[in-house]
Write a protein that binds this ligand. Structure first.
Ligand SMILES: *Cc1c(COP(=O)(O)O)cnc(C)c1O
Length: 373
């Protein structure tokens, strides 16, 4: 028998979360962002739940090929555009729309011999300072692209640095609007946090900007997978999201500790009183962060308890005090949904690890068997 650990991808939750994103921006079309192998869920495994999207956005050309291989004929957007000249051939062949964020990408297009003209998304660096043309150089890039026979449609795009935080989107929207006011073309600006927080009806909407934040396309990634982009200000539950991934293991051992007994490497946890602990078949080699300290929440048989001691490569220990009936074979939910319906939000585990739900999903280890339900 294989080790008792498994990840489950919940098709119905993906569908639900996609609908949630759509409801936040009902006038916009929705890119389901499936970069990084659908945030660790697996593109092929997530596809059924996400096929109701209007398009798929990703980075890797190989992942674009995989989406086409699934039979998807609709839009696919390369969020970082092409990396070298010959990538443009694949864009032509597979009908990929691609971001243009630097002069080098325009140079490649200018020398590309193509039968099919390309649809490009011209990206502005409106304050994130990662990819994109500065506001000062944006129009020159647009004019240059517009003159190329290789390009037939130019859409306009930017990306927010702090749509989940204190700065919000107003400054970047103002920059984007000022430069693009009289340019034609569809627009896309919103990631998950902007889609939930700053569109019409969102809790941080600015009435003058909200419709522009939704624009023609929104680009939700993390919400589709059921994690809150702005945890702990809002939880996934408050946003009406459902976990799309469950990571669950079983107890493979139980220890009865006397007061003063230590648990695990480094003897970091010492029992203050007699207690029962369970040993779950999940460790950092499965993608559970080693940095999670004693006290990280976990469900045993659907009951909330906590980890004790250091996470090892293949195992971690949990306090069985709140679940006295648990024993060998009991269900341990590291994140996601337990059999009894109880939830262990990935965002709570991520917070204990000093990171975000994104990283935990993406870090699910290849050795963990994955099923789709
Ligand atoms: C990853 C990404 C998104 C999605 O971000 P989330 O925070 O997961 O919604 C949107 N746009 C671009 C350009 C991205 O790279």
């Amino acid at each position: 028998m294989p080790r008792p650990i498994q990840a489950t991808i919940h098709t119905e939750a993906l569908r639900h979360n996609l609908a949630r994103a759509r409801a936040a921006a009902p006038e916009a079309r929705v890119w389901a962002v499936v970069k990084a192998n659908a945030y660790g869920h697996g593109i092929e495994r997530a596809f059924e739940g996400l096929r109701g999207a209007d398009g798929f956005a990703l980075l890797d050309l190989n992942e674009a090929e995989r989406v086409r291989a699934l039979g998807w004929r609709g839009p696919i957007l390369l969020l970082e555009g092409v990396f070298e000249q010959r990538d443009l051939e694949l864009c032509s062949r597979l009908g990929l729309w691609h971001t243009v964020h630097c002069d080098e990408q325009i140079d490649m297009l200018a020398t590309h011999k193509t039968q099919v003209p390309h649809r490009v998304f011209l990206k502005m660096n409106s304050g994130m300072n990662r990819l994109g043309f500065t506001p000062q150089r944006y129009r020159a890039a647009w004019t240059r692209l517009n003159a190329l026979p290789q390009v037939d449609e130019i859409s306009l795009m930017t990306h927010f640095a702090d749509s989940d935080g204190r700065r919000g989107v107003a400054e970047q929207m103002a920059v984007f609007n000022a430069v693009t006011a009289d340019l034609p073309g569809e627009r896309t600006v919103a990631n998950s946090a902007a889609t939930l927080r700053h569109t019409v009806g969102g809790p941080l909407q600015r009435p003058d900007l909200a419709a522009q934040v939704a624009a023609d396309w929104v680009r939700p990634g993390i919400v589709v997978y059921g994690s809150a982009p702005d945890f702990p200000e809002y939880t996934a539950e408050q946003w009406g999201l459902q976990p799309a991934m469950t990571l669950a293991a079983k107890l493979i051992g139980v220890q009865e500790l006397d007061a003063g007994a230590a648990v695990g490497y480094g003897c970091h946890f010492v029992a203050e009183r007699p207690m029962r602990i369970g040993v779950a078949a999940c460790g950092y080699a499965d993608g559970y962060p080693r940095i999670c300290p004693t006290g990280t929440p976990v469900l045993v048989d659907g009951v909330r308890t906590q980890t004790v001691g250091r996470v090892s490569m293949d195992m971690l220990a949990v306090d069985l005090t709140p679940v006295p009936d648990a024993g060998f074979g009991s269900e341990v939910t590291l994140w996601g949904r337990a059999a009894n319906g109880a939830l262990m939000p990935i965002d709570e585990v991520a917070r204990m690890a000093g990171t975000v739900g994104y990283e935990l999903m993406c870090g699910l280890a290849p050795r963990v068997p994955v099923v789709v339900d």
